[in-house]
Every structure is written in C-alpha cells, then in structure tokens.
Ligand binder design. Structure first.
Ligand code: SAH
Length: 362
C-alpha cells in the first residue's frame, strides 16, 4: 500500500469512528476478532471518494482486490486507533506540559535558581552578535573515507553541535568546511539547514584561515590545549571511523605544518578507555569552556560514562609542573588555564600556539 493509500484508508477509519457507536463497535470487533468482513464493508461505505481500495499485497483476508471494501489489517486498525487517541489527547498533553513549565519557573524563582535564556532570547543569540569570537571548524574533507551510514552519523553529530551552539548565550563561530559533494548531499536530507546560523564553507579550512591561526584538535597530538583564544580556529575532524584511521588528523596537521593539540583529558581525568572522543563531545567541551567552565568540569560534564572517566585523584607525575602546565593538581582545575609561556626546545615552534603546551600523554 502506498503512503497515500494508507492515508486514505486511515481517513476512512477516522470517519468510520466518528460515524457513531455502531461503526465504532465494529471497529472494536475488528480489533479483537481479527478480519471481520463486515468491518471492511462498513469502512468502505465511509470511504472518501477517490480512494479505491487496498493493494492486495497489503490486504489480508478475503475480498482483497474487490471494490467493495478496503480491509484494514488488525495491526493497521490498532495503529489508527492509537493515532486517533494521540490526536484527541494532544491538547490535554500540551496544557499539562505548559502547566509543568509554569510550575518549574515558579519554583526556580522561589529558589533563586537561574533558568538560563528563554527561547525568545536564544533566537537573538546569533554568532554575529556573540561575545565569543573563538572559531571552530568541523573539517568535512574525510567524507570519502566514510560509509554512507557513518557519514549519516557524522552529520547527526553536526546537528547536535549546531543545536548545542544554538542554545548558547554566546555561541562559538561555527564553520563547516569542505562542505561539498557527499557531505552536502547527505546534509540535504535535513531540510532548512541552509537557514542555520552556521558558516557552511565549500573550501578547506587551509584555504579559509591563516595557517598560523589554525589548531587541529587531535587526540594523538603530544601538545595539550589548556586555553581557548579568540584569534584561533580550532579544527575538529569530521570523521566517524571506528578507530580505523588512527592518527590521520595528526598526520595531516604535521604534513601541512599547522599547530595541533589534544584536549587536556589526561590532566584531569583517569580514563578506562582511549581518549578519542566523538565530534559532538569535543565540540561541547570547547563550548562549555568558552562559556567559562573549567576544563575539568566541562570534561566531567560531557564525557560519556562508558568511557569510564573519573576525576583524577593521584598527584601529577613529578617533573610536569616544571613545564608550567595545568596538570590536574588540586586547584589547577578551577583556576583559569595558564599559558606555559612558550614551548620547550624539543618541540617545533609551529606546533605550539599560545594556550597549548607540550606535554607527554599521561
Ligand atoms: N581517527 C580520527 C578520530 C576521529 S574522532 C583522527 O585521526 O582524528 C573525531 C575528531 O574529534 C577528531 O578528528 C579530533 O578532531 C577530535 N577529537 C577526538 N578526541 C580528541 C581529543 N582527545 N583531543 C582533541 N581532539 C579530539
């Protein structure tokens, strides 16, 4: 049965249900007694002009293909009844939800709890008006390395990044780069995306931004990011690879002579698993930090429980502090990130922007 035919059949059912007790009883009988030929005939008599029956492959029981009755299967009838109930209760549910919201607001006011910006206010919180000038780019140049399914997952993560950014009072300057070809086609499934407050860029981040401003975020980097800077562009690899492309983004950053850094996970958390996070988690952590949250809090807030993240309890390994990095010692986490004041001699200057320190992986 086509979608259209199903709708017609559904409309017939609804009409039948509105047609009085007798029709309803028959529907009920159909529900409990299986394919009752009387039910179908009754429904047919209420059918709107122009709907001519049910595809025989979808109709069960006798009479399929005859023009007297569109027989609805037991399952279809149940579905229709459910839809009908859903529609009938919609207004009640909405009223309840509104009341719940009012109640939440009342309680928040009484307890002096800030509720955050309202939806109306959020509409005004655009990237253009944002106090935050930190740029973040999701590099979609890897779409040829992903299956259709993984590209879909990647796009879904971008949707979540956008949604998080949209809810921020001061959103990050979000660019989607190399937005072309397969990525653009996949995104087209999400109608209206071109109205989003996002910079969709067909060009590569390498052509869009000054090289010295680019910091590629990659878990494989030996450098650790501990401060976000307004004049930098932090690039996240738009790649869902199930670990099959280990080290790829680091390789690319090194090949192109651009700076790179990992998030300071090892400084603050004990991890049971590897420290490769998903695109959306990296984005959310950067967003929270841009809003003033400490790295530790942001990491704990966002990190998925299955990664087995736990607050670091042990003291940092001796020698680390000599580098002047925020190293997870008590107090570090809550104070503003410190700049190490320049890279150690062993690390090429190109790979260490301010706010990034050289630190061996813990
Ligand atoms: N094999 C891929 C991993 C993809 S994970 C790679 O070579 O990068 C998606 C992206 O999230 C990464 O490309 C990276 O930009 C970012 N990311 C994931 N974990 C990170 C971490 N611990 N620190 C910094 N960036 C990270």
């Amino acid at each position: 049965m086509t979608e259209h035919e199903r709708d017609d059949a559904g409309a017939a059912k609804r009409k039948a249900m509105q047609g009085g007790d007798a029709a309803e009883k028959k529907l009920k009988a159909g529900d409990t007694d299986g394919e009752d030929s009387g039910t179908g005939a009754d429904v047919a008599s209420h059918r709107p002009a122009g709907s001519d029956g049910v595809d025989s492959s979808d109709a069960s029981g006798d009479g399929a293909g005859t023009d007297e009755e569109p027989k609805l299967s037991k399952r279809q009838m149940k579905k229709e009844k459910k839809k009908e109930l859903y529609r009938a209760n919609l207004a009640v549910r909405r009223a309840r939800e509104k009341e719940r919201q009012r109640q939440r607001k009342r309680e928040a006011r009484l307890n002096n709890v800030a509720l955050g910006p309202s939806r109306k206010e959020l509409k005004r919180c655009t990237m253009a008006g944002s106090d935050c000038r930190v740029r973040i780019a999701i590099d979609m140049s890897f779409d040829h390395l992903m299956s259709e399914k993984d590209l879909g997952k990647c796009i879904k993560q971008i949707l979540r990044c956008y949604s998080a950014n949209r809810r921020a009072k001061n959103p990050l300057q979000l660019h989607i780069t190399s937005f072309d070809g397969k990525t653009k086609d996949a995104m087209a499934k999400h109608s209206g995306y071109n109205n989003w407050d996002v910079y969709f860029q067909p060009d590569s981040y390498l052509d869009l931004f000054d090289r010295e401003d680019i910091v590629y975020l990659t878990s494989e980097s030996e450098n650790v990011l501990h401060e976000l800077q307004d004049d930098k562009v932090y690039v996240i690899g738009g790649l869902v690879d199930h670990n099959s492309q280990k080290g790829l983004t680091l390789e690319i950053a090194e090949e192109n002579g651009i700076q790179h850094a990992q998030l300071p996970i090892a400084s603050f958390l004990e991890m049971k698993t590897r420290k490769v996070l998903s695109i959306v988690h990296v984005f959310e952590i950067v967003l929270l930090v841009s809003e003033g949250m400490s790295w530790k809090e942001a990491l704990l807030h966002v990190m998925p429980a299955r990664k087995g993240a736990a607050e670091k309890s042990t003291a940092p390994a001796p020698g680390r502090e000599a580098c002047g990095v925020a190293d997870g010692s008590p107090g570090d986490a809550d104070r503003a990130p410190v700049d190490a004041g320049g890279p150690p001699d062993t690390v090429p200057a190109a790979s260490l922007p301010p706010g990034v320190t050289a630190q061996p992986d813990a």
